[in-house]
Write a protein of this length. Structure first.
Lengths: 311, 135
C-alpha cells in the first residue's frame, strides 16, 4: 500500500534567489530529479525574494508580505494547492508568513494594505500548503517507489545528513512536524536519511545534523562560523562519512566556503565533501553527474563519487 | 576490562560537567544564578531551559544539549560496547560545539537570532515605534 500523497505530484515551484546563484546546482538537480520521478514542477511566475535576512532585519512585517505575495501568486494565479521550496530560508519564511497571517492581526493588516496598494488580492492563511523538497519526494514518491527506481545503488557511500537550523526551528511554525509516526521530527529530523537509505546509502550516526553553523553571521563574523563549521565537518568525518548530504543552499555553500577557509586560515584540512540530497538521489536514479550540476560543487564531490564507482 | 568501564563512565561524566560549566557561564553572564535543578534527569537540560528564558535564539543549542545527554547515557549504560570510545569522541565534539556556540553567542549576541528564533537581528529597529511599515 502506498502512503504517497497525490497532491504533491504537481507543485508550484519556488526556487528563490539562492537557487539562481550559489545554489544553482540544487536548482538543476531538483528539477532533473522531479522529471525523472514523474513529478510536475511549475515555477511560480514573477516570484520575488522571500524577504530572507535583509528585509526581515529591517521590517519583519514587510518580509511577511513578500513571502505572502509568492503564496498569493501560487494560490490565485496558478490555482496551486502546494508550494514547494527547496531552500531552507525560503521554506522557513513562507511557513513563518503562514503562521503570522494565521495568528497575528497586525501582520494581516500590513499584508492586506500593501497587497491592495499593489493592486493584488492579498494572501489569506491556509490557501496553499508550503512544503520542502524533502516533503515533496518523501510524500510525493515515497521510499518504496524510490527503491524500485534505483539504477545505481549508493551502497557503500557513507553519508552524514546535515539539515541545518531553519528546516525545524522555531518549532511553532511547523505544526505538521512532531505528529508521531510518519511525520518529520524537529528534534531528530530523518526525511533525508530515509530517502538516501532507500537509494542504498549508509547513513552514519551524526549528532550535529541540526547544529548551528553560524550561517547568519557568515559575513559579519567569519571566525565563529569557520570554527562551528569545522567542528561539523570533523564530526562527520569522525562518524565515518564520505559525504555530507545537504538540503539547503545556504548550509551547502557555508560548509563548502568555511571548509576552504578553515584550511586557509586555521590550517585545518578536512576531506569530507558536500552534495545536495537531490544530487545523490539523481545519481542513484541514473542521471549523469553533469545533469545534476555536480561540476558546480566547490568541494571535490565528483572525485569522491568516482572513488565509489558512482560516476 | 573493568578499568575501561570505569574510565568510560568517568570521561562521560567529565564531559557532561564541562558542558554544564559552559551553560553556567551563559546563565551567569545574564545575571542569574545557575540552577541546581534537573530536567529529564539532567542538570544540563535544566540549565539550557534556564538559559533560554527570554532568549529564544538560545534554542539553537537545544538539540546539541539533548545529544550530549543521549551520548552520556550511551557511555554510562553500555560501557563495554565496542563503539564506546567512538561514542565518547562524538560526545566530546558535541561539547566542543556547545562551547563554540555559547562562546560565539557571548561575543555576538545575534547568533541564532535570525534562524532559530525567527527574529530579526536588529531587534530594536523591529520592535520599536518605527515598526509599522511606511509602505
Amino acid at each position: 500500500m502506498s502512503n504517497t500523497n497525490a497532491k504533491y505530484r504537481k507543485v508550484a515551484y519556488y526556487p528563490g534567489c539562492a537557487l539562481e546563484g550559489t545554489g544553482h546546482a540544487y536548482n538543476v538537480s531538483t528539477v532533473a530529479l522531479g522529471r525523472k520521478l514523474g513529478l510536475e514542477v511549475e515555477e511560480v511566475p514573477n516570484w520575488n525574494c522571500c524577504g530572507a535576512m535583509e528585509v526581515k532585519n529591517i521590517d519583519p512585517k514587510v518580509q511577511t508580505y513578500l513571502s505572502s505575495r509568492v503564496l498569493a501568486i501560487a494560490a490565485h494565479e496558478m490555482k496551486a494547492a502546494t508550494v514547494m521550496a527547496p531552500c531552507n530560508g525560503c521554506y522557513h519564511n513562507l511557513k513563518k508568513a503562514e503562521h503570522d497571517l494565521a495568528h497575528d492581526p497586525a501582520s494581516r493588516e500590513t499584508v492586506e494594505r500593501i497587497a491592495r496598494k499593489a493592486g493584488d488580492e492579498p494572501y489569506r492563511a491556509g490557501e496553499v500548503e508550503t512544503i520542502h523538497a524533502l516533503d515533496w519526494i518523501k510524500h510525493g514518491v515515497g521510499e518504496e517507489e524510490l527503491r524500485r527506481r534505483v539504477k545505481k545503488s549508493l551502497a557503500g557511500l557513507r553519508v552524514a545528513n546535515y539539515y541545518g537550523c531553519m528546516y525545524t526551528r522555531p518549532r511553532h511554525i511547523f505544526p505538521e512536524k512532531d505528529q508521531g509516526p510518519g511525520s518529520e521530527s524537529t528534534l531528530k529530523p530523518h526525511f533525508m536519511d530515509d530517502l538516501l537509505a532507500a537509494a542504498g546509502a549508509v547513513n552514519v550516526d551524526f549528532p550535529l545534523k541540526t547544529a548551528c553553523c553560524g550561517g547568519a553571521h557568515t559575513l559579519s563574523d567569519s571566525d565563529i562560523s569557520t570554527k562551528l563549521v569545522l567542528n561539523i565537518l570533523r564530526a562527520a568525518e569522525a562518524a565515518g562519512a564520505d559525504v555530507i548530504a545537504t538540503e539547503c543552499p545556504t548550509c551547502h555553500s557555508g560548509l563548502e566556503m568555511h571548509q576552504a577557509r578553515a584550511e586557509k586560515v586555521l590550517g585545518q584540512k578536512t576531506k569530507v565533501v558536500m552534495l545536495y540530497f537531490t544530487q545523490l538521489l539523481g545519481i542513484a536514479l541514473g542521471l549523469s553527474p553533469r545533469s545534476i550540476g555536480n561540476h558546480e560543487n566547490a568541494s571535490e564531490a565528483l572525485e569522491r563519487l568516482q572513488e565509489k564507482a558512482l560516476a | 576490562m573493568m578499568e575501561e568501564r570505569i574510565d568510560s563512565a568517568r570521561d562521560a561524566r567529565a564531559l557532561l560537567a564541562i558542558a554544564e560549566e559552559v551553560l553556567e557561564a551563559w546563565v551567569r553572564a545574564h545575571g542569574e544564578e545557575p540552577t541546581s535543578e534537573v530536567r529529564e534527569g539532567f542538570r544540563l537540560l535544566a540549565l539550557h531551559h534556564q538559559g533560554t528564558r527570554g532568549i529564544p535564539s538560545f534554542n539553537a543549542c537545544r538539540e546539541t544539549c539533548r545529544e550530549i545527554a543521549y551520548r552520556y547515557n550511551l557511555a554510562a549504560f553500555e560501557p563495554f560496547h565496542p563503539e564506546a570510545p567512538a561514542r565518547l569522541a562524538m560526545m566530546a565534539m558535541l561539547v566542543r560545539h556547545l562551547a563554540l556556540f555559547v562562546g560565539g553567542k557571548l561575543e555576538v549576541d545575534g547568533l541564532g537570532d535570525f534562524c532559530c528564533a525567527s527574529r530579526p537581528l536588529r531587534g530594536e529597529a523591529a520592535r520599536g515605534p518605527g515598526e509599522a511599515t511606511s509602505t
